[in-house]
Design a protein around this ligand. Structure first.
Ligand code: ARG
Length: 563
């Protein structure tokens, strides 16, 4: 049952004028004495030529109360108090009927959405910032798919550019082949760092690097083979991380994929009459929009990151005819995407407005700073494994008898990191703090997973309730607060999608977990003597675990039955 729709219909029935978007205006009041839903009448004032509180008063007296305990007005607000028994019944029955599909819809209508996310750079470490973006992109992918969109996850690998010339030079000079086979990214990073250190003493190394890149661009066998090797070895390591996170992509079309599409894109920009020469480079001027020029070709004739992104945008439109094209990339690239989208617009692409940069903040560690050039990085697989190990320690203390400790630690430890990334609004910087993140209390992944496990354990012990349930027995404020949150689960997903902001859903799941723990602590289930009450509470427990599971899944996090 969709209460917002029912309420909107009731309001509409009583209006002489037709007003759109009533449903969207319906609010959930902050306090339960203001009703379960409220409709602010301000927006009707103009059409009805009446004061909002008068409108609210009239509607309150006219509207049929069917299905509601009470409908009245508080000033300009029309307040709806649902019939609690019916509301609980509808909500819980729906959850337990739809199970893993609860919260899903077809609003996306199969429309294509490309999501460019993760996109690490070959031969450079996959760093913790990329992990942040990977978590956001993955959960957007899951939520949008859940709501009926057809998502295409694209890994726009940084697999082209002048750094490959430097790397080839470094490889020929210093590479330890055994180390490269064993831990490719570490070895590539080591020689890359060495290259920069040596180049400071001997600048001719830079020329050598440029020369190798030129050879690579010209398709010379040896350089191409080396580049392929670096790419493959790096991808293999990235896959380890993706596997730990359970993340998949539909395409690995990285920057190099667009090499043969460069001439065409430059020509097209030129034909549109917006390509100008500036200091020897070819650029699109954006000063009218308060931005520096978008460089298309450098003075040495080489194309750059932006050129490849322009080609990629066109390719994606042609290949997927997207409804929206999303780029999940750190906020340090804000200007790049503004320039990119503006250039696409100036090229005459009306779909430029369907391109969105979903930006996110930086990840900081309380005790250190990083610089790739100095080789000072955190390796993601190590980070993820550290989380797993630390979780194992906690479990060994709290529940040493637990079976499957390894699997549980993996789900909980990795889940804790992902949860941390998705908990706050994405533009906010994150401070990486193990203790906070792995704590079983507070707004953490382990807390939510523990809540799920607690619910599951009650159901295991007491069994799920069978037969007809008397939902009117769910009468305490704790019961009803929880049920209301379960009911608005889908709204939370839709709102997260609307803002491309996973934290909206994460917060909702946290609220559910908190409400469940409150319900659990104030209404003992196992010692409850009234069987009807106990059955109704078990039903609520079952529904809650289902919703938490669905929610975490959309964030890319698993659940464990015991921990
Ligand atoms: N490889 C880039 C980086 O690590 C991110 C690429 C994002 N996607 C894009 N289409 N530009 O910073």
């Amino acid at each position: 049952m969709d209460y917002k729709k029912i309420i909107a219909d009731k309001i509409r029935e009583n209006l002489v004028v037709d007003v759109e978007s009533i449903e969207k205006l319906i609010e959930i009041p902050p306090k339960s004495d203001m009703g379960d839903y409220a409709f602010p009448c301000f927006s009707l004032a103009k059409a009805l030529r009446k004061a909002p509180n008068l409108i609210a008063e009239e509607l309150a007296s006219k509207i049929s109360k069917e299905g509601f305990e009470k409908i009245d007005n508080l000033g300009p607000y029309l307040n709806f108090f649902v019939d609690k028994g019916a509301f609980s019944e509808n909500t819980l029955e729906k959850i337990l009927k739809e199970k893993d599909e609860y919260g899903a819809s077809k609003v996306g209508n199969g429309k294509n959405i490309t999501i460019d996310f993760s996109s690490p750079n070959i031969a450079k470490p996959f760093h913790v910032g990329h992990l942040f973006g990977t978590s956001i992109g993955n959960s957007l992918y899951k939520m949008l798919s859940f709501e009926g969109y057809n998502c295409i996850g694209i890994n726009h690998l940084g697999d082209w550019g002048t750094q490959f010339g430097k790397l080839i030079s470094a490889y020929k000079r210093w590479c330890d082949i055994d180390a490269l086979e064993k831990e490719p990214i570490k070895e590539l990073l080591r020689i890359y760092v060495k290259f920069h250190a040596e180049a400071e003493k001997d600048p001719s190394l830079e020329d050598e690097g440029r020369l190798y890149f030129k050879k690579l661009e010209d398709g010379e066998e040896e350089e191409v083979q080396l580049w392929k090797k670096f790419r493959e070895l790096s991808l293999k390591e990235f896959e380890v991380v993706y596997k730990l996170l359970n993340v998949k992509f539909d395409a690995y079309t990285g920057e190099s994929f667009y090499n043969d599409k460069m001439d065409a894109i430059v020509e097209e920009i030129d034909k549109k009459g917006i390509l100008v020469t500036s200091n020897g480079a070819k650029v699109v001027m954006l000063e009218d929009y308060n931005m520096p020029p978008c460089i298309i070709k450098k003075s040495d004739g080489a194309t750059i990151y932006a050129t490849r992104d322009l080609a990629a945008a066109e390719y994606r439109k042609k290949t997927y005819d997207f409804y929206k094209s999303i780029y999940v990339v750190g906020s340090d690239q804000k200007l790049h995407f503004k320039q990119l989208f503006k250039t696409l617009e100036l090229m005459g692409h009306d779909w430029a407005e369907d391109c969105k940069h979903v930006s996110y903040g930086m990840v900081r560690f309380t005790d250190r700073k990083f610089s790739t050039r100095k080789g000072d990085v955190i390796f993601l697989d190590e980070l993820l494994n550290e989380a797993v190990e630390k979780t194992l320690q906690v479990i060994n203390e709290k529940n040493p008898e637990l079976k499957n400790k390894e699997t549980v630690s993996k789900t909980v430890g990795i889940g804790a990191i992902v949860f941390t990334f998705l908990k706050n609004t994405r533009e906010k910087d994150i401070v990486f703090d193990w203790q906070e993140m792995l704590s079983f209390d507070g707004e953490t992944g382990p807390y939510v997973q523990y809540t799920y496990a607690r619910g599951s354990s009650i159901l295991r012990k007491l069994g799920t309730s069978q037969g007809k349930i008397d939902y009117s027995k769910l009468a305490t404020p704790e019961d009803f607060d929880l049920i209301k949150l379960l009911e608005s689960f889908q709204s939370a997903i839709l709102s997260a999608i609307d803002k491309l902001e996973p934290s909206t859903l994460t917060r909702h799941i946290i609220e559910i977990a908190k409400a469940f723990n409150k319900f659990y602590n104030s209404n003992r289930i196992s010692t409850e003597e009234d069987e009807a009450v106990r059955n109704a509470r078990l039903k609520l427990t079952e529904a809650t675990t289902q919703v938490i599971k669905n929610g975490l899944k959309l964030l890319g996090i698993g659940v464990v039955e015991e921990m």
